[in-house]
Ligand binder design. Structure first.
Ligand SMILES: [Zn+2]
Length: 364
């Protein structure tokens, strides 16, 4: 189990990130409307912000306005894992994008855990950042307010503000890629738990003793309902010499190891029955995990994003069915909706920019 290093626990005196703060106009009876926070957003600065999404292979950046529109974009390859080299790339991108725009703040999204204040990266799997005080370094270099946020949190925020989650105050976002990312926006705030590490839904154990996960456990949800899971099952099918996998094998020139989730999705969309079955199976695991989350969190809507979503209804329909079959108290309660994300791969940078704009306003 992860424990923050000594001295880094967000204690009672540490200032919570502003977007987590209870709205000042919060009163009994307004708990679910997020009205106070909306007021804050309405009054918030209308200036431009730069959002930067640091992935394992590329860094994507964009100038984002107060309505979530991207006005200009730039990209770089992720420069290895050295924190100083990553900082340098961020500075270059901000300088490049800042020409011709008046930039108010900079938001940075990356895989990993940030402290609740949005100043320090506690751990990032791709970047070898361990307890890196990235915000202090960058604010000095950029001379602007900087916010660090988890990439899944940023994407969820963007979907809530500008995408498929608009109008829903109890929102859970799931990102299906190589693994499963998760985040929650509850009552107009990104909900990150006590230590800033909430949302690791991909590691709920859904099959005790099942496939080994990189987190060290067995049977995690992301071993059954992700793009990687889809690729793995397709390779197993191909190795079994099943005649149903003929077309799949032909598509990769007989090289079983070249089969990926993306290839299976492409073939399924083209009508291949074996690949459709494989996607259906992943969709069922997805729906089962969502039912578990509904039992714990009771959201109004699940928004499903990430690369695997290009499968559309081939994935989401089986997920909806499995969700309905496994939902606690089904038949006696309203059920959450399950929708595809609306903002695509730019959700992370849009959300990081918007969070930095909104929260830097609150800090002044
Ligand atoms: Zn795991």
């Amino acid at each position: 189990m992860y424990a923050p290093p000594p001295g880094k626990q967000p204690g009672p005196l540490s200032r919570p990130a502003p977007w987590r703060a209870r709205p000042t106009s919060h009163r009994a009876g307004t708990r679910h409307d997020g009205g106070g926070f909306r007021e804050h957003l309405r009054l918030g600065r209308k200036g431009l912000a730069i959002g930067i999404d640091i992935g394992g292979t590329k860094v994507a950046a964009g100038v984002v306005d107060a309505d979530g529109r991207i006005l200009s974009e730039a990209r770089r390859a992720t420069p290895g894992s050295d924190p100083r080299a990553v900082e340098q790339v961020i500075v270059e991108l901000v300088e490049e994008l800042g020409r011709g725009h008046r930039i108010w703040s900079v938001g940075i999204g990356a895989a990993g855990w940030m402290d609740l204040d949005g100043g320090t990266v506690l751990f990032s799997p791709h970047l070898a950042w361990r307890n890196e005080p990235l915000r202090a370094n960058l604010q000095q270099l950029l001379r602007r307010p900087v916010l660090l946020t988890n990439d899944a949190d940023a994407a969820a925020w963007a979907e809530w503000r500008f995408g498929a989650g608009q109008g829903e105050d109890r929102l859970v976002c799931i990102t299906l890629g190589t693994g499963i990312g998760g985040a929650m926006v509850m009552d107009g705030r990104v909900e990150r738990g006590r230590f800033g590490v909430a949302g690791e839904f991909g590691h709920q154990i859904i099959m005790p003793g099942g496939h080994r996960c990189e987190c060290g456990n067995r049977g995690c949800w992301e071993q059954y309902a992700s793009g990687n899971a889809l690729g793995r099952e397709a390779r197993i099918l191909a190795r079994a010499n099943s005649p149903v996998a003929q077309d799949l094998l032909a598509a990769v020139g007989g090289r079983t190891e070249a089969i990926t989730g993306a290839i299976v999705t492409e073939l399924a969309l083209a009508g291949d029955p074996a690949c459709r079955e494989l996607l259906e199976e992943v969709g069922e695991w997805l729906g089962l995990g969502l039912a578990n989350l509904a039992a714990a969190l009771d959201p109004g809507l699940f928004v499903i994003g990430g690369g695997l979503c290009s499968a559309g209804d081939l994935l989401v329909e089986p997920a909806r069915k499995a969700f309905a079959r496994n939902l606690t108290g089904r038949g006696f309660r309203p059920a959450a909706g399950i929708q595809l994300a609306a903002l695509g791969p730019n959700a992370g940078l849009i959300g990081a920019a918007d969070l930095s704009r909104v929260s830097s306003r609150a800090r002044r």
